[in-house]
Design a protein around this ligand. Structure first.
Ligand SMILES: O=C(O)[C@@H](COP(=O)(O)O)OP(=O)(O)O
Length: 393
C-alpha cells in the first residue's frame, strides 16, 4: 500500500501541478498540492506538509506548489499568519515540532511548527527544501553597523554621529571576513550619512578586498530620528517611564517619540550639521522625531528610485545601515505586519540575507548569517537594553 506521501505524489504527478494550484482559488477543502483531505482550515494535507518540511522525500509537484505559495504567502502575509495561528495542538503534535524548532525567534504565538501552514515565519520549509533556493534571482545583504560608542553606554544615538567602538570595529571586520568566506561580491554599497554605517562599509569592503566598490550615502538610510530621546539612557528611561513605554518608543510601528526642540543638548549638533545641507530635502523639512512608519516613508522613495533599479540591473548590493532603517526595509520587503515588527530587533555587525525573486519579492524569510546561537544572544542583548538594570531597582 502506498504511504500518504507516495499516494499524494502519484496523484499530483498524474494530474499536474497547475490543476491542484487552481483549487486554492475555488476554496475547496482539498490539499492544494494533491487531492488528499486537508487538516481543518489548512491548505495542505499532513503528508504534503511533512514533505515540505523535509520529514519525507519532497515531491517535485509539492515543491513547485510551495514555490508559488511562498511568494503569494509573503505578499498576503496578514492572511497567511491568521492561518498559522489557527493550527490546533493535535496538528502541531503530529508535526513533531521539537525536531524542527526554529533557528530564529518566531513571532507566532504558538510553537513555531505552526508556521508550516503559512509559509511565512518559519525557516524550516525554506531551509530544508533545498530546491527552493534555485528560485532566488537576487541576494540582498543588509547590515546594522558595528557597535557604536553610544551602544555601549546604552544611549539613544540616532542622528548623533558617533564612531564605532573598538568592539564595533572588530564586528565590522568579522562581518567582512564572514561575507568573504561565503563568497559574496558586491557591486554597490549603500549607507546612511552617519559615520558608523560608512565606517562599517569601509571595513567590510576592506576585508572582502573590494575597496574599489562605490559607496553611495543618503540621509534616507539614516537611523530613526529618536527626537527628544536622543542621548538618553534606555535603562534609566525604563526606570522612569516603564519598560513597556520604552518598548513602544523603540519598537512600535507608528508611535513617534516626543520631537526634539532647540533646548535639547544635541539639537544644534544635529540640525546645524553641514551634511544635512546637501540632502534631497530642505534642511527645515528634515524630521524632528520619527516613528518606524516615518522612517519607511522617507526610505521608500530611495529604495524604489535608487536601490531597487540597481538590484534589477543585476548588481549585488550591500546596505550598511542601522537597526531601525533596516527593520523598516525588512518590514516593507517581507510584508511584516505592524504588530509583528515589534518583535524584531537587529544585532550590530550581523549580515542579514534576503533572497528575492525577479519582482524583488522575498522567496523565503530573511536569514542572519553567522553563528545562530551567538546571534540570538546578541538580539536578546539589544532587547534587554530597554529594561531596567537590576542594580537600578
Ligand atoms: O539610535 C540608536 O541608538 C540605535 C537604535 O536604537 P534602538 O532602536 O535599538 O533602541 O541605532 P543604531 O545603533 O542602529 O544606529
Amino acid at each position: 500500500m502506498d504511504s500518504p506521501g507516495q499516494a499524494s505524489r502519484k496523484r499530483s504527478q498524474s494530474r499536474g501541478y497547475e490543476s491542484s494550484y487552481k483549487k486554492k482559488k475555488d476554496k475547496t477543502p482539498l490539499c492544494e498540492a494533491c487531492d488528499d483531505k486537508v487538516l481543518s482550515g489548512k491548505r495542505l494535507c499532513l503528508a504534503c506538509l511533512k514533505a515540505a518540511a523535509g520529514h519525507a522525500e519532497p515531491d517535485p509537484d509539492v515543491l513547485s506548489y510551495i514555490r508559488q505559495a511562498v511568494s503569494e504567502g509573503l505578499r498576503q502575509s496578514e492572511r497567511a499568519k491568521k492561518r498559522c495561528r489557527s493550527f490546533s495542538p493535535e496538528e502541531y503534535a503530529d508535526l513533531n515540532s521539537d525536531e524542527y524548532a526554529p533557528p530564529h525567534k518566531c513571532s507566532s504565538p504558538g510553537p513555531c511548527a505552526v508556521a508550516l501552514s503559512c509559509f511565512l515565519h518559519c525557516h524550516i520549509i525554506f531551509q530544508e527544501v533545498s530546491p527552493l533556493s534555485s528560485m532566488s534571482k537576487y541576494k540582498l545583504v543588509m547590515l546594522r553597523h558595528g557597535e557604536g560608542a553610544w551602544n555601549i553606554e546604552n544611549r539613544f544615538c540616532s542622528w548623533v554621529d558617533q564612531k564605532l567602538s573598538a568592539d564595533g570595529l572588530k564586528e565590522a571586520e568579522m562581518c567582512g571576513k564572514h561575507l568573504k568566506s561565503l563568497g559574496f561580491e558586491f557591486d554597490v554599497v549603500f549607507t546612511s550619512i552617519l559615520s558608523r554605517s560608512i565606517q562599517t562599509a569601509w571595513l567590510v569592503l576592506q576585508e572582502l578586498g573590494q575597496e574599489w566598490v562605490p559607496i553611495r550615502s543618503s540621509w534616507r538610510l539614516n537611523e530613526r530620528h529618536y527626537g527628544a530621546l536622543i542621548g538618553l539612557n534606555r535603562a534609566e528611561l525604563a526606570l522612569n517611564h516603564g519598560e513597556e513605554q520604552v518598548k513602544i518608543w523603540r519598537r512600535s510601528y507608528d508611535v513617534a517619540p516626543p520631537p526634539i526642540d532647540e533646548t535639547h543638548p544635541y539639537y544644534q549638533v544635529i540640525h546645524t550639521d553641514r551634511r544635512y545641507s546637501f540632502c534631497d530635502t530642505q534642511k527645515e523639512k528634515l524630521p524632528k522625531s520619527e516613528s518606524l512608519k516615518h522612517v519607511l516613508e522617507r526610505l521608500l522613495p530611495y529604495w524604489n528610485d535608487v536601490i531597487a533599479p540597481e538590484i534589477k540591473k543585476g548588481k549585488n548590493i550591500l546596505i550598511s545601515a542601522h537597526g531601525n532603517s533596516t527593520r523598516a526595509l525588512l518590514k516593507h520587503l517581507e510584508g511584516i505586519s505592524d504588530t509583528d515588527i515589534i518583535n524584531i530587533s537587529l544585532p550590530t555587525g550581523v549580515p542579514v540575507l534576503l533572497e528575492l525573486d525577479e519582482h524583488l519579492h522575498p522567496i523565503k524569510p530573511h536569514v542572519f548569517l553567522g553563528d545562530q546561537e551567538a546571534i540570538q544572544a546578541a538580539i536578546k542583548k539589544v532587547e534587554d537594553q530597554g529594561k531596567v538594570k537590576p542594580s537600578d531597582n
